[in-house]
Design a protein around this ligand. Sequence first.
Ligand code: PDD
Length: 282
Amino acid sequence: MQVYLNGEFLEQKKAAISVADRGFVFGDGVYEVTRIVNGKFFQEEEHLIRLDEGLKGLKINLNEKIRNSIPEISRDLINRNGHTEGEATVYLQVTRGAAFPRTHTFPDPEVPASIYLSSGSFKPHKKLHESGVEVITVPDVRWTRCNLKTINLLPNTLAKQQAKEAGANSAVMIRDGVVTESPNANIFGVKDGELHTFPASNYILNGITRRVVIDIANSLNIPLITEPVRQDDLYDMDELFFTGTTTDIQPIIKVDRRKIGSGKPGEIVRSVQKEYDKRLYG
Ligand code: PDD
C-alpha cells in the first residue's frame, strides 16, 4: 500500500513525519475523508472547498500548486493502490508543517505545510443501514469552532469509545441541552413528517453528506427545520438517523436504551437512503 507524503509516493510503512511536525505536537491541521465508488469521487469539489475553508480558518498556507494538484494526486494514489474498482476512501491531511523548537505561535519564518494522503478499500455498513443502531447521549465537550474539520479529535474519540464500552454503536453529543451531532456524523430527526437538524454553524461540522440529504429532502418535498432539537424531545422523535461519508444514512433505533418511534428504521429514513444510494452509486 502506498501513501503520498510531501511530494512523493512511498510505501505506507516507510512513510514518516518529523517529530517537530505541528500536527504531531499540537494537532495543528485539518483533514478530509472522501468516498470513491469505482474510481468516481463523490462530492469531491465540496470536500476540497471545505478543506480550503479549514485551512483558511487555521491560517495554514498550503502551496497553491500543491493544493490544485490534490485531485491528480488522489487519482494517482487510488491507481497505485488498486482502489479504482469497488468502494474506497481517500484520507487527506494538511498540517502547518515541521518547526523546532516548539512554540505556540506560528513558525517564523513560515515553513511548508505538510500534506499526506492515503487510500483504503471501504465496506459500507450495510447491515447497520438495515437494522439501525443504538446510541447513547454524551456531553459535547468540544471547542466552539466545530465547523473546522481539524485533526484534534479527542472529544470525538473519547465519546465513541464511551459508546463502545456502553455496548452502543455511537454517541449523540449534547451541548446546552440540545443535540449537536455525533463524533463522526451529523444527525437528523423526523417529527410529524418534518425533518429536523442542527443549523450549519460553528457548533457542528457542516457535513457534505448532510448537505446532500438536505438536497434530497427538498427533492422529496420533506419540510426541513434547521433548528436545534432539545435532548428532552430527542426520545419523542418518530425517527432519527446519522449522515456521514463513512456512515452513509444510518437509522438510529434506540437512544439511551429508549426506543425511537417503533424501534425500527422509519419510512422517511428509508426514502432518504434510497435516494442517497442513487446519488452515490448512480
Ligand atoms: N467524519 N460531524 C463530524 C464531527 C464528523 O467528523 C463527520 C465526518 C461528519 C460528517 O461529515 P461528512 O458528511 O462530510 O463526512 C459530521 C469523518 C468521515 C471522519 O472523521 O472519519
